[in-house]
Design a protein around this ligand. Structure first.
Ligand code: NAI
Length: 246
């Protein structure tokens, strides 16, 4: 129960890695707010957590809309008073080769995966600064470190997340707030459902550990980075990719 009475706000917490992270933090005693624009899955995840005896809530929010983000934070504070850990996990892909990528594909990925992380942290950090403590964790990607064919928009957003992580570690560290990112490799979720089986097999072969990642691999990294055991880790980008890229 390492996170007893800690409040964790997880964006994109309704599915995939976010859902697994919500389950893990709640098993460790945290009060969890799931924020997602997928209301059906968000409510069902909330119920799953409650059935395990957790204190969990769901708020419908689109992280690419600042007014939604403000509402998300207000609802969380009303219910749980404060936010100890913010996990900026919500993200999408809209892949396409550079010359074929429509402006809409570019803008949507940047709006959610980059601006969304900025908006959520912008609003939550104010309260953390007043309190003098907090942890912010961002979903980056190996693609933000090394690029990937067909993912100009996604690579730009995730590289931006890494830049923001390092900037905020410097700005917020003196105020008692730690900021880190996790860079997952290929993790089996709804997001990778869209990737052709052939590519997934290739990724598996290229991964020294010869398997794809599971959502629990990433949830465990978030749990560690949020814990007191990581109290001197700030501004780090932790690759969790089976050794795929280094
Ligand atoms: P997923 O598609 O299973 O889950 C993403 C969640 O984010 C969904 O519940 C979705 O409804 C929510 N979401 C999307 N846009 C939103 C918005 N505007 N506002 C609120 N919620 C929104 O994806 P997965 O795989 O769990 O990914 C989670 C994070 O990890 C993402 O940031 C992704 O880029 C990152 N990641 C995933 C990898 C993978 O292989 N699955 C690899 C590297 C990074």
């Amino acid at each position: 129960m390492r996170f007893k009475d800690k409040v964790v706000l997880i964006t994109g917490g309704a599915n995939g890695i976010g859902k697994e992270t919500a389950l893990l933090f709640s098993k460790n005693g945290a009060k969890v707010m799931i924020a997602d624009f997928d209301e059906t899955s968000g409510i069902s995840t909330r119920e799953e957590l409650r059935n395990q005896g957790a204190e969990a809530e769901f708020v419908k929010a689109d992280v690419s809309q600042l007014h939604d983000v403000q509402k998300m934070v207000d609802v969380t504070r009303e219910r749980f008073t404060q936010i100890d850990v913010l996990i900026n996990n919500a993200g999408i892909t809209r892949d396409g080769f550079l010359v074929k990528m429509e402006a809409e594909q570019w803008e949507r990925v940047i709006a959610i995966n980059l601006s969304g992380v900025f908006y959520c942290t912008h609003v939550v950090a104010k309260e953390m600064i007043d309190r003098g403590s907090g942890v912010i964790l961002n979903a980056a990607s190996v693609v933000g470190l090394y690029g990937n064919v067909g993912q100009t928009n996604y690579a730009a957003a995730k590289a931006g997340v890494i830049g923001m992580t390092k900037t905020w570690a410097k700005e917020l560290g003196p105020k008692g707030i730690r900021v880190n990112a996790v860079a997952p490799g290929f993790i089996v979720t709804g997001m990778t459902d869209k990737v052709p089986e052939k590519i997934l097999e290739l990724m598996k072969e290229r991964t020294p550990l010869r398997r794809l990642g599971q959502p629990s691999d990433i949830a465990n990294a978030y749990l560690f980075l949020a814990s007191d055991e990581a109290s001197f880790i700030n501004g780090a980008v932790l690759s969790v990719d089976g050794g795929l890229v280094f």
